[in-house]
Write a protein that binds this ligand. Sequence first.
Ligand code: GDP
Ligand code: IMO
Ligand code: MG
Length: 449
Amino acid sequence: MTPQRMGAAPGEALVIVGTQWGDEGKGKATDLLADDVDYVVRYQGGNNAGHTIVVGNTVLKLHLVPSGVMYPRVTPVIGDGVVVDPGVLLDELDELLAQGLDVSQLKISGNAHLIMPYHRELDAVTERHLGRQKLGTTKRGIGPCYADKAARVGLRVQDLYDMKIFRQKLDVVLKEKNALLSRVYNRMPMKAADIETEYTVYAERLRPYIADTMALLHDALEAGETVLLEGAQGTLLDLDHGTYPFVTSSNPVAGGALTGSGLGPKHVGRVIGITKAYVTRVGTGPFPTELPVEGALGCLAKGGPEEADIGRRMADVGKELGTTTGRRRRVGWFDAVLARYAARVNGLTEHFLTKLDVLSEFDELKVCRAYRYQGEEYEHFPPHQSIFHHAEPVYETLPGWRTDITAVTHYHDLPKEAQAYVDRLEQLAGVPIRWVSVGPARTQTLERG
Ligand code: GDP
Ligand code: IMO
Ligand code: MG
């Protein structure tokens, strides 16, 4: 069917946020919904994100560039809350250019922090140091970069345009980083002059894109234009509201969309949660509804051959391989406790449900409606991590439909079991499901009446 319209009101900003542990299909949803907005803004995270867009035969895998880049009328913006690895960004822009896309409209905030070579190195060595306790980060330097931002020793994009200040800040911070790298982690120290030379080249190439993005967005909204704020990662990976410490170092939740773009609460009209019809996770940490998947890092699921078979089929049919790391993702049944939590913490107004087609594979579908711990039932996300770590899912079972639904073009043509599954998810999550995605392409999206 033709791409859905957002129906964004003039002067309105909308937020798109992942409701699980990332990879919910935010890239697809953002690309689709960006069709009638004027700006698409990334507000947090960095190139730890991997957002896939499929249009006809073209497959785009975006890491830093906002997912609205396919539309010539959309201005893509990298906001203040993002961390930018300039070399990676330039490579991504080159790739997009090679695919025939016009990226000249991209705007990058001068307040965004720069990922430096020592951030990448420290991300890798600290993970190694943690051994069995490791987080399974993407090793892109995200955590160390945000840590420096909070410690007020970070370098920002705007520092690239005053190399004297850049070098002064670099000299101060590198002294400490080199001591850490060489004395604690037994690595080679880095040279400030080498980094300065490398980043001077990036500065020149990025110059045309630098803008006062906060002012730009306010001017746009005042002129009646529309803004889509695109979250990376997901609610359960949020630094404050996720499954700490198994999280990323930024705020993907809707609140982060404001600090990460410089807009205020009054600008946001709607918050759209992107929700997979089952759940996946890359990296370590608790995952109550997890099914066993061989080779998935951090898999904690127990279960017999039957569960292992379901887990393997869910991961295979869903092609659950990390977009950024290529790692096999962990998979599990839909978890309504998480969905309710995401609805609250983000103030969701609607859901965009993805990957329903993957569940056509199964005779029966389980949905977790609550957790059980020490004889007590929890409908809401438990207040202590130990309860979550040991939570036993309380499942209800729904019939499957066992028919290919990828070519369905109207919601009411879905098998009645598939509609009943969506109805039940909506009831349990407590927020309307407005779109249902049945394949990776733009056209494989059903608007639910
Ligand atoms: P993101 O990080 O949230 O943007 O998600 P990813 O791009 O990392 O992973 C989602 C994957 O699922 C991508 O390969 C998408 O092309 C694919 N995808 C998105 N929606 C659907 C869907 O409805 N059905 C199927 N089968 N694949 C989908
Ligand atoms: P998108 O935007 C899924 C996970 C990592 C690790 C943890 C911390 O594609 O949904 P980090 O490198 O951020 O310090 O790693 O967060 N992670 C993601 N998982 N999708 C992502 O992004 C992720 N970005 C980070 O696997 O567990
Ligand atoms: Mg992804």
